[in-house]
Design a protein around this ligand. Structure first.
Ligand code: AMP
Ligand code: MG
Length: 348
């Protein structure tokens, strides 16, 4: 958890936090660990406290339905009854699964929420992380297939067709959660604020207290110094998401095994990408969820196919950093980055 908090502080900095606090523009900020992530929510507005407090409750609710480990969660139930029964779930779970399937199709399976059995095998980021044998991975791979998720929209129920299959929403739930927080902010007429669910999902609402765009630092994927960034991006009414091989990993025999898995091989993605950042325009419906899904997808696709995917989507842009510290940017993205760290070279 400590690591998470450091990450949070290192990833993001807000130009001058303490804004004016007259009644209409009251500033409220709160941090907590939710969904295994250091979350900081800040808001300006007459109802900023109510908005932030209600948002934290909502995050707990989402965690309670989407967690793979809480026995009463929808996902736990779907996984326990795989190959046996349909399970009635919250409509939010259907939405996350359906959106995930859409991007699985678009990416030819680079994103796949049915990676659960493989993710469990590796246990990366848990006390049980280990390097599984080739045989173990081969035996679980046939269970990974988003086409074997069966959804009955009439009664919001889901079944995984084969026994042993398992859904893991780790690449989508935080983005979905950021969208839900934004809905609560809007309900309370919050026009300015920062929704920060760790590096994986940030929404910059309106402007900061100086009436400027929010400045967000993109983490240097290899620096131990929490204040060292790859660069800084200015955001207003946009979602940002970053995925990196430095977030959860272990090293064995000089090789890094991280938490983003290639559904084709069952091994951590090994295509030269070490991090990527996606920005999605706030006009895009479900932009937080989209940004979250796309970071994982682009990471898995690699720089060439990833850039092609992003350049074909409207209101979406990205950067992809590779192990040789080259940064590949989609159309127009480079112009938005300032304070580019001298370690990195932007390449067209
Ligand atoms: P992110 O940090 O947003 O890239 O999400 C990574 C998380 O998503 C992992 O911790 C897994 O729970 C899950 N995941 C890993 N690889 C994939 C993949 N290829 N497709 C979908 N989800 C994945
Ligand atoms: Mg993601």
């Amino acid at each position: 958890m400590k690591k998470n908090l450091c990450l949070l502080i290192s990833f993001i900095f807000i130009i001058s936090l303490n804004g004016c606090s007259n009644g209409k523009n009251k500033y409220y900020e709160k941090s907590n660990i939710v969904m295994d992530t250091a979350v900081t929510l800040s808001a300006y507005g007459a109802n900023s406290k109510e908005a932030v407090e209600e948002s934290f409750k909502r995050l707990d609710e989402i965690n309670d339905m989407a967690s793979t480990t809480i026995e009463t969660s929808d996902i736990y139930k779907i996984n326990s009854l795989s190959g046996k029964e349909y399970v009635k779930v919250h409509p939010e779970i259907i939405k996350m699964i359906q959106t995930s399937i859409k991007y699985s199709k678009l990416s030819n399976g680079a994103f796949d929420v049915t990676l659960g059995p493989i993710i469990n095998l590796w246990g990366i980021g848990t006390d049980n992380e280990r390097l599984p044998s080739d045989e173990e991975i081969k035996s679980k791979l046939p269970l990974v297939d988003y086409e074997k998720i069966s959804i009955n929209e009439n009664d919001n129920s889901v079944m995984l067709k084969d026994e042993g299959m398992a859904i893991d929403l780790g690449g989508v739930a935080k983005g979905f959660a950021a969208d839900e927080v934004l809905k609560i902010y809007k309900k309370y007429n919050i026009e300015n604020g920062l929704i920060n669910l760790g590096a994986s999902s940030i929404y910059a609402l309106g402007k900061n207290k100086d009436k400027r765009d929010w400045s967000v630092g993109i983490k240097h994927p290899r620096s131990e110094d929490p204040n060292e960034y790859l660069g800084v991006i200015k955001l207003s009414d946009e979602s940002l998401s970053t995925s990196g091989d430095y977030e959860r990993y272990f090293i064995k025999d000089n090789k890094r095994y991280h938490h983003i898995i290639d559904p084709k091989t069952g091994y951590p993605v090994d295509n030269g990408v070490i991090s990527d950042t996606i920005v999605v325009d706030g006009d895009n419906p479900d932009n937080g969820m989209l940004a979250d899904i796309l970071t994982t997808t682009v990471f898995t696709l690699g720089q060439e196919k990833g850039l092609k995917l992003i350049n074909g989507l409207s209101g979406v842009s990205c950067e992809i950093t590779t192990a040789n510290y080259k940064v590949y940017a989609s159309d127009g993205f480079k112009d938005r980055i300032t304070d580019i760290n001298k370690d990195f070279k932007f390449t067209d």
